[in-house]
Design a protein around this ligand. Structure first.
Ligand SMILES: [Ca+2]
Length: 318
């Protein structure tokens, strides 16, 4: 397993790193690599310190710097990323892990810049990648005007990787499906004043305390909560029964949107009542997708929010 994370902005990646470090037999990660990285490797420094705080050991390496050339991130500004040395050869390490195994679960929690670079060097390794990717959003079914963050940060890399690896699993949860007037408190949200948030902010455990400080900094930056998108994506690799998954053909465009093909719309319409609520707007407002490469994907139509949240809390050992 490889975890490709943009830890240091939204604390949901922080949660994943703790889960993986504490449960090596369940999540056999051989590498954590960073994407959307800063020019000072703040994300790798943060992840390395976080893994160390769990009392376990997983190799951490910095990935390619973000196209945005950002100097720091939220965790760095909040003083959570110590000035330590980190490996910066993440792409070479991805290749080494893929070379060593016939199949590797690749947990994509941000941009796909690193995997794209690895596959550009060694395209024959694509068939070994079992990709579980958080996002993206379906065109016509997302409330925001811009494509989902993980896809738009490096949309070329995103499209190339999804076209190369065998049937990627794309995990969307409530906000990625559009956030059309959902409940006031999101079921996968971690709020500073809910049961989990309060424990994180008052804990003595070093790893959870870092998560709590990160959450506090995130909320202070203007967000209501951190949503457990990334832990849900990690769980999808081991417990797919927590999701309603369907296999369809889609088009990935150059901005990071996915478009349903006509055949995908027809197949989705044939599903039982209630299963396609999350893509209903995309289906009713459907128009011809751009004429590009078709990609077979497995995408989530629903997620067992309460079970996912309970599982995360159990595995955190809060
Ligand atoms: Ca992330």
């Amino acid at each position: 397993m490889i975890i490709d994370s943009d830890a240091g902005t939204d604390p949901d990646d922080t949660c994943v790193a703790i889960l993986v470090a504490r449960h090596r037999s369940r999540f056999p990660a051989e590498l954590m690599i960073t994407n959307d990285e800063t020019t000072k490797w703040a994300k790798a420094r943060f992840l390395k310190a976080l893994v160390e705080a769990t009392g376990h050991d997983i190799p951490v390496a910095g990935g390619l710097p973000s196209l945005k050339k950002r100097e720091d991130d939220l965790a760095d500004k909040a003083g959570l990323s110590p000035d330590i040395e980190v490996d910066r050869d993440g792409v070479a390490k991805i290749i080494a892990v893929l070379d060593a195994h016939p199949g590797v679960d690749y947990i994509g929690l941000g941009a796909l810049t690193n995997l794209d670079a690895a596959l550009a060097q060694r395209p024959e390794l694509a068939k070994r990648v079992r990709l579980f990717q958080m996002g993206p959003a379906v065109a016509g079914g997302f409330q925001r005007a811009r494509a989902q963050y993980n896809a738009r940060i490096d949309p070329g890399a995103f499209a190339r990787v999804l076209r190369q690896v065998p049937t990627p699993t794309l995990i969307a949860t409530h906000t990625t499906w559009g956030n059309w007037g959902g409940p006031a408190k999101l079921p996968l949200g971690v709020y500073p004043d809910d049961d989990l948030g309060k424990k994180l902010i008052s804990t003595d455990r070093r790893d959870l305390a870092l998560y709590g400080r990160h959450l506090a900094a995130f909320v202070a930056s203007g967000k209501d909560c951190s949503i457990l998108h990334d832990p849900a994506t990690l769980l999808a690799s081991q417990e797919p029964e927590l999701f309603d998954l369907v296999e369809v053909d889609v088009i990935i465009d150059d901005q990071g949107w996915i478009h349903l093909t006509r055949e995908a719309c027809d197949a989705l319409r044939c599903l039982e009542n209630g299963r396609i609520g999350c893509v209903e707007k995309a289906i009713t407002g459907w128009s011809d997708p751009p004429d590009q490469h078709r990609v077979r994907v497995r995408m989530s139509l629903a997620a067992e929010y309460d079970r996912i949240r309970a599982r995360v809390i159990e595995l955190l050992g809060v």
